[in-house]
Write a protein that binds this ligand. Structure first.
Ligand SMILES: C[S@@+](CC[C@H](N)C(=O)[O-])C[C@H]1O[C@@H](n2cnc3c(N)ncnc32)[C@H](O)[C@@H]1O
Length: 390
């Protein structure tokens, strides 16, 4: 804390502790100490701080009190402010997900920002949360995409999936929506879901033919050559740096069996036609992705990415569109709801990109949703698939 006060002399920093910690000789002008017990609530008004930092309190806070503590921290945090909660950072993974940390979380690799939970892997620029709210968003999105494309895959793999012991890989499986759906529909297949975050699934509801593995695909895939009959990867646009797509595709091909199929699906962060709010949002979003070394155009480049692979054949590209607005009836309304969820899950980052505060962002994105309805916009998502040569 003393380090922060001297590095940022224009910032007013308040330190809170249960014990008195005021060595007045070295206290700087911009620092203020308050003796308080976090478990009794914080002695501050709502929306007081722009940034709240909390480190290594896992042994001081009983497991059941963590939700209350996080609520208190969120209460005194200004809208648009940041909450950072640092744990011991051990690599033990957890098999269920909570929006708020429990003491168990303090032995996992999560980090918290603005009341949301994120992965804590340094070799990854993926910036969406991995909490319960995000799982709900991914489940809704899964059923939207499934309805639009009238199925879960495009590659001709029905026979493979119905064969006893076929091995399927779901790369960046998120909440496991596709994995669960496929495992239930194709009980003879063995399905492996991999993700950088632990997959929230209690063993009671997990079909026996699913295995989840927590791993970062940017470090290579933890499988032998020629392991899988079908490899599926959907919506990794925010997880794979622009210059890593070739590396990952090579890895996917390496672990694919000869004769097996690879299927990739990506969406475009672009709507057509676009109103003025939508154009501004999309422009800032694209710039943010480029700054983060991500490729906003990857949906349109999938075809050429697999075309250059000598080990692939039977390449096909299938183009889909999501329709927003009233013309698309129920599905259009679900698409709007999905987009609303995306605005919420990317809020912290998009506020920064648009240079707006929390309330302004909410009004801005509400205007975008109205425009999507009014302009009856569409959004592309592209699927490519190919088989590995024998
Ligand atoms: C937008 S979600 C899509 C989830 C799922 N494929 C679906 O369509 O429902 C992207 C997922 O990719 C995962 N991911 C991002 N970067 C990754 C990486 N380097 N290694 C493994 N998983 C990653 C994220 O944790 C997240 O669960």
């Amino acid at each position: 804390m003393f380090e922060m006060t001297s590095d940022y002399p224009n910032t007013q920093i308040t330190g809170v502790d249960i014990s008195p910690v005021q060595p007045t000789e070295i206290k700087l002008q911009n620092v203020n100490f308050v003796k308080a017990n976090l478990l009794n609530g914080l002695p501050f008004e709502n929306d007081t701080f722009d940034y709240i930092f909390q480190r290594f309190l896992f042994s001081a806070i009983p497991k059941d009190s963590w939700p209350d503590v996080m609520n208190e921290l969120t209460r005194v945090l200004k809208p648009g402010g940041y909450l950072e909660s640092l744990s011991m950072g051990s690599l033990i993974s957890k098999n269920d997900s909570k929006d708020l940390p429990t003491s168990d979380d303090h032995f996992t690799n999560f980090q918290y920002l603005g009341g949301r939970r994120y992965h804590n892997e340094s070799n990854s620029s993926y910036f969406l949360p991995n909490d319960d709210k995000e799982c709900d968003r991914l489940h809704l999105q899964h059923f939207l995409i499934k309805s639009v494309r009238q199925g879960n895959f495009s590659a001709p793999v029905e026979d493979i999936l119905n064969k006893e012991g076929s091995k399927v890989l779901d790369v960046g499986c998120g909440a496991g929506s596709w994995t669960f759906d496929m495992a239930t529909n194709y009980p003879k297949s063995q399905i492996v879901g991999i993700d950088i975050s632990p997959i929230p699934s209690s063993s009671e509801i997990k079909p026996k033919n699913i295995t989840f593995i927590q791993t970062n695909v940017l470090n290579g895939l933890p499988f032998e050559d020629n392991s899988f009959d079908f490899i599926f990867q959907r919506f990794l646009i925010l997880g794979i740096p622009a210059d890593k797509w070739n590396f990952l595709i090579n890895e996917l091909i390496r672990v694919l069996k000869p004769g097996g199929f690879l299927e990739l699906i990506e969406t475009s962060p672009k709507f057509s036609p676009m109103g003025p709010y939508t154009s501004e949002l999309m422009k800032s979003g694209r710039e943010m992705l480029i700054k983060k070394n991500l490729n906003p155009n990857v949906a349109y480049e999938l075809e050429s990415l697999i075309a250059n692979q000598e080990e692939l054949e039977n390449n096909k590209c299938v183009k889909y569109q999501i329709f927003y607005g009233n013309k698309a009836d129920k599905l259009g309304q679900t698409a709007i709801l999905n987009q609303k969820n995306i605005f919420s899950t990317t809020k912290i980052h998009m506020m920064n990109a648009l240079q707006v505060g929390s309330e302004e962002y909410d009004v801005f994105t509400k205007n975008v949703l109205e425009e999507l309805r009014e302009y009856e916009s569409t959004q592309d998502f592209n699927c490519v698939y190919a088989s590995k040569i024998f």
